[in-house]
Design a protein around this ligand. Structure first.
Ligand SMILES: Nc1nc2c(c(=O)[nH]1)N[C@H]1C(S)=C(S)[C@@H](COP(=O)(O)OP(=O)(O)OC[C@H]3O[C@@H](n4cnc5c(=O)[nH]c(N)nc54)[C@H](O)[C@@H]3O)O[C@H]1N2
Ligand SMILES: Nc1nc2c(c(=O)[nH]1)N[C@H]1C(S)=C(S)[C@@H](COP(=O)(O)OP(=O)(O)OC[C@H]3O[C@@H](n4cnc5c(=O)[nH]c(N)nc54)[C@H](O)[C@@H]3O)O[C@H]1N2
Ligand SMILES: [Mo]
Length: 842
């Protein structure tokens, strides 16, 4: 059997599951979605610094003179940290920001030096930076001699990683690599400024490094740079891996992975196994390494794993190579899904669906990127039959134990199920005992202390007066000889390089206002203001070469499946590359496997190849073919406002119907007043004959007497509209469906979304292909979702703002308040300000 868990569980949940699997059942087949997220960071830290511990802290942003942001769209994915970066920049105009990302993101817009490297080429970039540092004498030989091991091999490896060679591999100007090396080293370019004279450099990095078949090598090569220059263990310096999920750190602490054990111990280490067995009071923990995420689902697809217990993650959306994942979920004899929402793709495969509480209902702890442990407290009571995740695991464990345990043997699960606070605290206390003498020792912490003094950083051993802000200030590392290790791993290309058949490099990543599979954010139509529908982004020149315009349908084929999506121009995407948000699962976006079977979501396409060191799959690179979907001549567009209470069920039913089309997507929308609706798009070679339109019309309440219709079956044209007429005779659109030629969609969509009066348009409404009347002007696209401020309103306001960019931004925000709530749209506002003209002061 296999357990597949999540970095969104609380530490106590994780601890209970881990003990159940490794301590009672005797399997190490327990892994988590952190395998898709942080495992390369873990492997990189351990290979170099000796332990899985980010050495820096958030305050370092305020001390750094150089921020090296690599493979992270911090502006969108870590918005609170990004606000700190903006503040640091305002407080210190000398701060240098370098961003290395194949895409020109909102984060890159903040950079003094932007390095649009080719996907997967990071190791070469870092090696070339080290090459330059060596050549120029910018490394810190004293630090290397005192605190590290293995530099000679690395020096030999980077000898031929010249900026010229790296320029070719990475697709970057050689001089930019030299500049990055100089700023990182913190020297002014001439003198060898060692030690304290060096301006501190802080690296911030995330999935652009981790989700790669070179994930471990990428992390280690970046840490090499910190060790070679002594940029670690002092304020403003260090390799700071940004954690993705709220408690991926806690999961790592309790060893909730197939290769780890409690308290940052390793399963492969016999002494570690013996220590944990003694702490738990069991004879032993199994030695055989468990199956990691991708391997676990492959094993289930092969029939080797027969039971899967999935908690707090949605693998039928988030794992690569969905064809295999779906086969696994179908073939497994028993699938338990423990979820807070019954609507996920994975929940559809559950033999047993256990309702779980979610963050606002739970009690326990989480640890953030800077090793800081926070208490989580319930804001609302648990709904219905929902239980805490640890309670489900412990209840099961107690029952199993009652059957297996020899009389008189110790009770492994003595946590009260009837008292959530006491149960969770007891679990946490046991976890604390497991950390004694380890690098993450928290024996000096307690729940009362967290209660009294707020969130605290580890390590905090007993007897210490406070937690630890930064690690390795003394240059002593948690290795056998106290020295850090340089890792000398060469650059290797991506697993599936682009070729003539699959010429585009597809990458996937986050949107600003959505969370993963959108089980939560996807229920809030308003969050679709920023990205309303699934779309693939391409460079405008590639669009011209493919003869497609903004909004046209394209087909994306990889070796594993097919999706079709509208295309959008984005000059921030390099030529030969494509970007697809990772959020669209089969709940929203239909697709097909290579065998033609219905699949869906972005991971229909992605590659399960993984890093040999970390076993993290290469979600950031898939070779794809992109072509205009010209052979699909019949198009569908439907929009409808839905009653609040049935909106979600209607959308789920629609998704099932739409899976019959070769291409379709289905997303919610909302207006500022909180009214929600659904939007569908689809395409097929010709009009479907299977009663599909009628079923969709039924679901959208377009089947009644009050529906206006037009049909020309011979030409495959179909129109249906339902209006609402107020007592004053004003009519607005409630629902519409266009089949055949859906080109008129844009203006009809505006009419519906903005509730514009439609009575004057008469038959235009139903005429296929009719052009938008001039009077139909959209209120615009929301930029600030928090305060519902549109681009149209911002542009109108900017026409009256004057002064320099900072003045105009201040005036804009003063007038419309946009970007003053969560701040995520500030990079976009800055761009709009930059592109606007200063008005003459009144
Ligand atoms: N809004 C929002 N925020 C989130 C999440 C969310 O779902 N929504 N999820 C959270 C989680 S779990 C995580 S793990 C983090 C992820 O946070 P990030 O890693 O910052 O976000 P991503 O968009 O996945 O990827 C980051 C960037 O990697 C770039 N990239 C792709 N290939 C390469 C490469 O070869 N080298 C380099 N240097 N860069 C590359 C992509 O272009 C992308 O801009 O976000 C967290 N925060
Ligand atoms: N193509 C591509 N794929 C990716 C990525 C990518 O960049 N590109 N990123 C990867 C990364 S970094 C990550 S972290 C994963 C995330 O992938 P998932 O883990 O699948 O993402 P979520 O949608 O956050 O899934 C969490 C699920 O838990 C449920 N839930 C919420 N709270 C609770 C709770 O307290 N208890 C229980 N039992 N359930 C709860 C939610 O409803 C949700 O369905 O995706 C990975 N997949
Ligand atoms: Mo993640």
């Amino acid at each position: 059997m296999g357990f597949y868990l999540s970095g969104q569980l609380l530490t106590e949940d994780y601890y209970a599951f881990n003990k159940l699997a490794k301590g009672l059942i005797g399997t190490n087949n327990i892994d988590t979605n952190s395998r898709l997220c942080m495992s390369s960071a873990v492997a990189g830290y351990k290979a170099t610094l000796g332990a899985d511990a980010p050495p820096a802290c958030y305050d370092d942003v305020n001390h750094a003179q150089c921020l090296f942001i690599v493979g992270s769209n911090t502006a969108w994915a870590h918005p609170i940290l990004f606000r700190r970066i903006e503040d640091a920049r305002a407080a210190n105009p000398q701060l240098k920001i370098v961003v290395a990302d194949p895409r020109r993101t909102d984060t890159a817009a903040m950079a003094d030096l932007f390095l649009p490297l080719l996907p997967g080429s990071d190791v070469m970039l870092f090696h070339a930076m080290l090459h330059v540092m060596l050549r120029e004498g910018w490394v810190d030989r004293g630090y290397i001699a005192r605190h590290t091991q293995g530099f000679d091999a690395l020096e030999a490896l980077v000898a031929d990683c010249t900026p010229a060679r790296a320029a070719a591999v990475c697709g970057l100007p050689a001089e930019d690599i030299v500049t990055a090396a100089r700023w990182f080293a913190g020297v002014d370019g001439s003198a060898n400024g060692g030690g304290a004279a060096r301006a501190p450099a802080l690296s911030l990095y995330c999935q652009g490094l981790n989700q790669s078949t070179s994930g471990t090598a990428k992390n280690a090569a970046l840490i090499n740079l910190h060790l070679a220059t002594g940029q670690i263990g002092r304020p403003g310096a260090g390799p700071f891996s940004l954690t993705g999920q709220p408690n991926a750190m806690g999961g790592r602490e309790v060893g909730g992975m197939a290769n780890l054990l409690s308290g940052h111990r390793d399963l492969g280490n016999a002494q570690h196994r013996a220590e944990v067995a003694a702490l738990w009071g069991v004879a032993d923990v199994p030695a055989r390494p468990g199956k990691t995420a991708v391997e676990m689902f492959q094993a289930a697809a092969d029939g080797e794993i027969k039971a899967l217990w999935i908690a707090c993650t949605n693998p039928a959306q988030s794992l690569p190579d969905q064809a295999t994942v779906r086969r696994a979920l179908e073939r497994a004899e028993f699938v338990v899904v423990q979820e807070a929402f019954a609507t996920t793709a994975t929940a559809q495969y559950a033999d047993l669906l256990l309702p779980a509480t979610s963050w606002g209902e739970k009690t326990g702890t989480v640890t953030n990127s800077e090793r800081r442990i926070s208490r989580v407290r319930p804001a609302v009571p648990a709904p219905g039959a929902a239980r805490h995740d640890w309670a489900a695991a412990v209840d099961f464990a107690q029952r199993l134990q009652a059957r297996l345990r020899a009389p008189g043997s110790a009770d492994l699960f003595p946590y009260p199920l009837d008292d959530a606070e006491a149960g969770a605290e007891a679990l946490w206390n046991e976890h604390r005992a497991n950390t004694q003498g380890r690098d993450l020792d928290i024996t000096g912490l307690s729940w009362p202390l967290l209660e009294a003094r707020g969130p605290q950083q580890w390590p905090w051993p007993a007897g210490q007066a406070q937690g630890t802000a930064r690690l390795y200030a003394d240059g002593v590392f948690p290795t056998s000889d106290g020295r850090a290790r340089f890792a000398a791993q060469p650059w290797q290309p991506v697993a599936e390089p682009c070729d003539a058949d699959y010429p585009f490099a597809l990458t996937t990543g986050r949107l600003r206002d959505q969370w993963h599979g959108m089980s939560r954010t996807g229920t809030l139509g308003r969050l679709f203001g920023h990205a309303a529908e699934p779309a693939v982004q391409l460079h405008p020149d590639d669009m011209a070469a493919l003869r497609v315009a903004d909004g046209d349908l394209v087909r994306l084929d990889s070796r594993r499946g097919t999706l079709a999506l509208p295309v959008q121009p984005d000059a921030g995407v390099a030529r030969g590359q494509a970007f697809l948000p990772m959020h669209w699962g089969s709940e929203f976006l239909m697709g097909r496997g290579a065998d033609g079977r219905p699949l869906g979501g972005v991971n229909t396409l992605t590659n399960p190849a993984y890093c040999p060191g970390s076993r993290q799959p290469e979600l950031k690179h898939t070779a794809v073919r992109i072509a205009r979907a010209g052979d699909w001549a019949w198009h569908l567009l439907a929009l409808a406002w839905l009653p609040q209470d049935s909106a979600h069920t209607t959308r789920t039913a629609l998704a099932a119907v739409l899976a019959e089309l070769p291409y379709a997507h289905c997303v919610p929308f909302a207006n500022a007043a909180g009214r929600t609706g659904v939007l569908l798009r689809g395409a097929a070679p010709s009009a479907p004959t299977s009663g599909l339109i009628e079923r969709i019309e039924g679901l959208l309440d377009l089947a009644g007497e009050d529906t206006l219709r037009y049909a020309d079956t011979a030409r495959g044209q179909h129109r249906a509209m339902r209006l609402a007429v107020d007592p004053g005779g004003q009519a607005t659109l409630e629902a519409l469906l266009l089949g055949g030629d859906a080109r008129a969609g844009a203006w009809l969509r505006t009419l519906l979304l903005d509730a514009l009066p439609v009575q004057s348009y008469g038959r235009l409404l139903l005429r296929p292909g009719s052009e938008a009347p001039v009077a139909v002007v959209s209120r615009g696209k929301p930029v600030c979702v928090c305060l519902d401020v549109t681009d149209t309103a911002i542009e109108a306001q900017l026409a009256q703002c004057h002064g320099d960019d900072a003045d105009r931004l201040a005036q804009l925000q003063g007038a419309l308040r946009c970007g003053t709530q969560c701040g995520s749209c500030v990079p976009q506002l800055r761009r709009m300000v930059r592109h606007s003209l200063s008005a003459q002061p009144a």
